[in-house]
Design a binder for this molecule. Structure first.
Ligand code: 4AD
Ligand code: MG
Length: 489
C-alpha cells in the first residue's frame, strides 16, 4: 500500500501489479466502458488518476467525496497529463458519499465559501498541503531546539494575569459562574476565587521554568480578544516562545530567533511538500500568493545576516520617505502597519528585518530598559526589544531582554499601573491579613532569589506559516479559525 504522493513519484517502465491506494474521490468522469477517477489522500497536491472498468464490483459507489480503497496495476499512461495511471481491478467503498450534496465539488471554491465549511475544508488539496507543511515545521523546530539543548515545556493556558498588559484577555469561568463575574459577592463564589484568563503569551511562566533548566521553549495556543478584523489577527493562535536564561544581550536573542527560522526553512525547503507547493500550478488555488513570490520569501528566510536597525533609525528612514506615506512617523508612537510594510520592503529587500529598541512607553512592562544598539542615540528612554518584520504580513515575532532586577521591575510595574503586592504575600500563608496581593507577585518573586539576565521571544506561528505558504489571510491558514465575531464548529 502506497500513499498517493509515493505512488505519483514512482515511475516504473512496465506494469506493476497489486498496487493498493486509499483516499477520497475528488472527481469521477463516466465513460461507457470505464470511469476515470481522481483520488486524493492529502499527501500530494496532485491527484492519482485511476481507470476503473464499469463492471468492476462496487464501481457504482465511486462518487465524489467517497472514501475508497483501490487495487490494481500501476502502468505508464497514454494520457498527456500524467506519466502513469492506475488500472483498477478491485474497488472497495469504505465510506460512501452522496455526490449530489457533497459540498466540495470539483471546481474553484472561493475561500469565503470554504470558510463556511471548516469541517470539510481540510479535504481540499491546498488545505491538506497546509496541514502537512505545519506538521513538518513543528518537526523541524522541535529538532532544532532539541539539538541546541533547549528544554521543551508545557506552560499553563489558564492564568491569573495579562502578560502583555493590553487588556485583550478572555476571562474564564465555569458555565454556572458566568452571571456572577461582575458582582463582588459573585466573584467570591467563583470557581478559582477570582478572575482567571486564557493566556495571551506563556512568556512569564517560561521565565520561571528557564530559571530551572536554562533554555526553554514551547509551542502553545494563546488567546487574544482583539477586535482586529484583519488578515493577520486571530483570537486563538499558536505562538512559539523561547526563553534563554543567562542571555547577555538582545543580539543573542535575535541570533536564536534568526537561526531557528533559517534552520527550519533549510530543513524543509528540499522536501516534497515544500517543493510541490513552490512549483504548484498557479491555477491551483488562486487565493494564494504566486509561487515565485513565495519562493523569494523562502530564500529570504534561508539567507544569512538579516538586517537589524533601531526604532530610532527606522523613524529617520521613514521621515526621509514621508511623502510616500499616509502617516508621518513620530518618535514615541507605535509603527503603523504601513510603516512596517515600508521598512520590510525597503530595508529588508527580501530578508526579514529586526527593528530594535522601541520607546519604553509603548512596550510591555517586563522589558529591560536600555539601548541594545546605541549607534543613533534615542531621544527618550527605550527598552531592549525587537520586532521581526516581513513584507505583507509585517510583524511575525517579538522579543526582548527581560527586566531581571527587582527594583527596576517594580518601578516599571508602577508606571504601567500593575498592582505589585507586598513581599511574597500572594502565596505566603503567614502573611498579615492586610498584606496586599498582586496577580504578578509570583513573577516579582522570581527576581528575589538568583535572577540572571535573560531574554526571549514569541513567533506568531500561524503568521509565519501564512508567509511561507503564500496564503493571503491567516483565517485560511488555520483549520478551525476563530476571530472577532466568529468561532464556528
Ligand atoms: O508581539 P507579541 O504580543 O509578543 C508577546 O506576546 C511576547 N510575550 C512574546 C515573548 O517574548 N515570549 O506576540 C508575538 C507574536 C507577534 O509578533 C505576532 O506574530 C503574533 O504573535 N501575534 C498574532 N498572531 C495572530 N493573531 C493575533 N491576534 C496575534 N497577535 C500577535
Ligand atoms: Mg509585538
Amino acid at each position: 500500500q502506497l500513499s498517493i504522493a509515493e505512488c505519483l513519484r514512482w515511475k516504473p517502465e512496465s506494469e506493476k501489479d497489486n498496487v493498493m491506494v486509499q483516499g477520497y474521490v475528488r472527481s469521477v468522469r463516466g465513460m461507457k466502458t470505464h470511469r476515470f477517477v481522481s483520488l486524493g489522500d492529502g499527501s500530494s497536491l496532485a491527484s492519482l488518476q485511476a481507470v476503473v472498468p464499469v463492471d468492476t464490483n462496487q464501481a457504482e459507489g465511486l462518487a465524489i467525496g467517497a472514501a475508497v480503497r483501490l487495487t490494481g496495476k500501476w502502468v505508464p499512461s497514454p494520457g498527456a497529463s500524467q506519466s502513469h495511471e492506475m488500472q483498477v481491478t478491485r474497488v472497495e467503498i469504505l465510506g460512501p458519499s452522496d455526490a449530489k450534496t457533497f459540498p466540495i465539488q470539483k471546481k474553484y471554491q472561493t475561500p469565503e465559501y470554504l470558510r463556511t465549511i471548516p469541517h470539510l475544508r481540510p479535504r481540499t488539496p491546498i488545505n491538506a498541503a497546509l496541514l502537512k507543511m505545519r506538521s513538518a515545521a513543528v518537526a523541524a523546530l522541535t529538532r532544532f531546539y532539541a539539538d541546541n539543548d533547549f528544554t521543551q515545556t508545557h506552560p499553563p493556558i489558564l492564568t491569573s494575569s495579562d502578560c502583555e498588559g493590553a487588556g485583550e484577555v478572555f476571562t474564564v469561568a465555569p458555565a454556572s459562574n458566568v452571571g456572577e463575574l461582575t458582582s463582588e459577592e459573585g466573584q467570591s463564589k467563583m470557581f478559582f476565587r477570582n478572575k482567571k484568563y486564557l493566556t495571551v503569551s506563556t512568556q512569564l511562566h517560561l521565565e520561571a521554568l528557564a530559571q530551572s533548566v536554562g533554555n526553554v521553549w514551547t509551542l502553545s495556543p494563546v488567546f487574544r480578544a482583539e477586535k482586529s478584523d484583519t488578515a493577520r489577527h486571530l483570537s486563538e493562535f499558536y505562538m512559539l516562545e523561547a526563553e534563554m536564561n543567562f542571555a547577555h544581550d538582545l543580539n543573542e536573542v535575535m541570533d536564536l530567533a534568526e537561526e531557528s527560522l533559517r534552520n527550519m526553512c533549510t530543513t524543509m525547503y528540499e522536501t516534497h511538500q515544500v517543493q510541490e507547493f513552490l512549483n504548484r500550478d498557479s491555477r491551483v488555488g488562486s487565493d494564494l500568493v504566486n509561487s515565485e513570490e513565495v519562493r523569494k520569501r523562502w530564500e529570504g528566510m534561508m539567507s544569512k545576516d538579516w538586517p537589524r536597525i533601531t526604532y530610532t533609525h527606522a523613524i529617520e528612514i521613514l521621515k526621509e520617505h514621508a511623502e510616500k506615506l499616509e502617516h508621518t512617523p513620530v518618535w514615541g508612537e507605535g509603527l503603523t502597519s504601513e510603516h512596517e510594510k515600508f521598512l520590510a520592503e525597503h530595508v529588508g529587500k527580501g530578508q526579514p528585518i529586526f527593528v530594535t529598541d522601541y520607546p519604553r512607553e509603548i512596550k510591555a512592562f517586563y522589558m529591560r530598559e536600555g539601548q541594545s544598539n546605541p549607534e543613533i542615540p534615542a531621544p527618550g528612554p527605550t527598552v531592549e526589544c525587537f520586532d521581526l518584520l516581513v513584507p505583507d504580513l509585517c510583524e511575525i515575532a517579538g522579543g526582548s531582554m527581560r527586566e531581571h532586577r527587582l527594583g527596576p521591575l517594580l518601578e516599571a510595574m508602577k508606571r504601567h499601573d500593575i498592582v505589585a503586592g507586598d513581599f511574597h504575600s500572594s502565596m505566603d500563608g503567614n502573611a498579615p491579613k492586610d498584606a496586599k496581593a498582586g496577580p504578578l507577585d509570583w513573577y516579582v518573586d522570581l527576581r528575589r532569589w538568583g535572577c540572571a539576565p535573560h531574554g526571549g521571544f514569541g513567533i506568531g506561528f500561524d503568521r509565519l506559516l501564512c508567509y511561507l505558504s503564500g496564503v493571503q489571510t491567516i483565517r485560511d491558514m488555520v483549520s478551525f479559525p476563530r476571530w472577532f465575531g466568529r468561532c464556528d464548529c
